[in-house]
Design a protein around this ligand. Sequence first.
Ligand code: F58
Length: 838
Amino acid sequence: AEKAKWPKSTVQLWEKLSKKEANDIETIQKSIVHHVTTTLARAAYNMDNFTAYQAVALSTRDRLISRWNETQGQLSKADPKRVYYLSLEFLLGRSMDNALLNMGLKDTYGKSIEQLGFRMEDVIESEVDAALGNGGLGRLAACYMDSLATLDYPAWGYGLRYTYGIFQQRIVDGYQTEYPDYWLNFDNPWELPRLDISIQIGFGGHVQTTQDEYGVTRHNWIPASSVQAIAYDVPIPGYDTGNCNNIRLWRSKPTRVFDLTSFNEGNYEKSVEDATNAEKITSVLYPNDNTMAGKELRLKQQYFWTAASLHDIVRRFKKSAREWTDFPDQVAIQLNDTHPTMAIVELQRLLVDEEMLSWDDAWDIVTKTFAFTNHTVLPEAMEKWSVPMMEYLLPRHLQIIFDINLFFLQKVEMKFPNDRGLLNRMSIIEEAQPQQIRMAHLAVVGSHKVNGVAALHSNLIKTTIFKDFVAYYGEEKFVNRTNGITPRRWLHQANPQLSALITETLGSQKWLKELTLLKGLNNKVDDPEFRKKWVAIKRANKVRLAELIKTRCNVTVSPDALFDVQVKRIHEYKRQFMNILYVIYRYRFIKSMTPSQKAGVQPRVVIFGGKAAPGYYIAKLVIKLINGVAKVVNQDPAVGDLLKVVFIPDYNVSVAEVIVPASDISQHISTAGTEASGTSNMKFVLNGGLIIGTLDGANIEILEEIGEDNIFIFGCLAHDVEDLRHAQRYRNVPMNPALQGVISAIEKGTFEDPKVFQPLISTLTVGKDFYLISYDFASYIAANQQVDAAYKNQEEWIKKSIRCTANMGKFSSDRSVKEYADEIWDIKPHPVVDEGYM
Ligand code: F58
């Protein structure tokens, strides 16, 4: 029945009944108990922490959905320009704590549940992480969604609903072993299945070419098979606003459960097999970070997701009966790396083949709609797809890619005639055996803006991978958007005591939405009372982390030692290897000391965490070495509490929330020019942790903001890396002697069978040392000595710590998102109006 046709009394009854529930303790308790006894069908007293979590989650979800409904309803009516953030990864972590804090309901829920006999912390701990991402890129998407919602921007995320997230890591005999992350085991209260929203996605087949009545050639793709995309919506509440945005995740399903032909022919097994194949598409997240997998299933994921999302976006646009030329005024699409680049091709196909626009009109719309974020310059991470694979899976799209390339290269030839080398370099097609499609080139050609993720990185891409494109398009197309992090999750939620102290000091919670207000803390540096409170909070956070280390690693560490942290994906360019080599150096140095010399040593706990891609042999050996060293060092009575080494298994978002607030110093030590930005560096410094780092990625901008007295910088410059590598390769550069000593110790078998580590050692010795560990080792040792010396002067250290937090305002993802909104997407905030339903 339509609302308009209803009698007034019916409409009024609906309106009355859909007004929001009150948020007092009694109403909330009723809603929790209601979910226990009805939704969960449990007896009221027969509950564990997990059941309590489920009930609180369901009650929170009810309130979330009211906001989501109201926001989306009002947006549909007003129909402002929206941004769509296409990302294969959204690394959200836990949702409950965040939702309650953002909606301002944490205290009330805390009291409610406490009276019912549970501790909020235990209930929160029962939630499993949503781990639909690998690392920085996926977590960045999650932070941006938080900021977009908080700033009232009309924004949707589009991604995949993987059945298995990033694998779970366990350490067995020092080695990483992988276990499937079946996160949907107990149902997921943070999603709204929209089983009614289903889109058919085709694969394979052939292209039919015909002439239409005007003699124009028309292309019609006839896919050989199809699968369904089913929508699952994940509400993203803003902080201190009723606004609630959406991430739509697609799940693949067979088009018809049984292929009727096979079924009727009695081939039951084949019909079920087809169904299984359809479901495979969204079954697992690829666990590589910064390397290209090149698997057919991955390309299927990319097309499945971009086609479903575009179909959805176009359907929404068509509701308004506007002209196609208005499309870029209604729709901005951000490509999070090259993974969604097929969206460019799919939109061109929809406009030309299905909507019958001319090629040029369509291409004008396409290039005004898309913008592209690059996250890496590492050659092994550059996406390429083989032409035969593309032809087999998406024959019409391949034709379109060749046409895009042809028209593009014709224009390049006009601007720079007779330069075949240039055309070869810029071509979307790489002339290899077989030919390869360079997705980054396609993304640049199909977008109106291309951005890097930190100042250094954005400059680097202009002088390296996209140099020719800058010459052709001009500088304006290539911009910088320095990454940011959400202060709600990474300070307010993860470090509640520090958040409370800041609020008390600054007189309000405004800083959570305007992070530059933290500057006010600079005045407090010379206040000894304030410093005392500051350091007490850090210590409490270290105690909490020490407990986690005891449970997970069975190692006892002293919270009075300096906590030195490196947690991130394990990758050669991030140089965890250099870190553990220095630990060995330090260990040997301590062992060589007399008792009175030992008395002067600054005790340290060196904390590692992070996953290696399952097929990345060298990265896995680094984990093995860390664990080998930990075993020896932690048992050595000659060292005692002066040095401890731990590898925390299964590093993920919720573990990071415990580690980040507890660090004294963290390491961001990539070879200069290799880490595009880094975002955990921002999280640590925001929480008053100092950092030791190279002049790479966002470290440089952090240095600019907090000042050189509050950061430990070492190592070569990005600018010099090429020359240094050249020297390393072709001249006889001797290994740094301190490093040489460390390598000899490993080779002598100090840390288990040295044969195991030979391939790892070879990365330094066989004339390469591509990541310049030997070159940087001397300055790395020196920087570590400076850290020890600085930490000895506790009062000065605390001042540095306060200055760190105080000057991190720039790195709020609110700032990043505003820059995208103003200068790339051209969208405005559209606040939801509270009419009493949310
Ligand atoms: C990261 N990339 C960058 N890629 O390495 C990091 O410097 C940056 O801060 C961050 O993006 C956000 O901009 C990254 O995390 C991946 O994990 C991809 C996953 C899919 C395959 C290719 C790598």
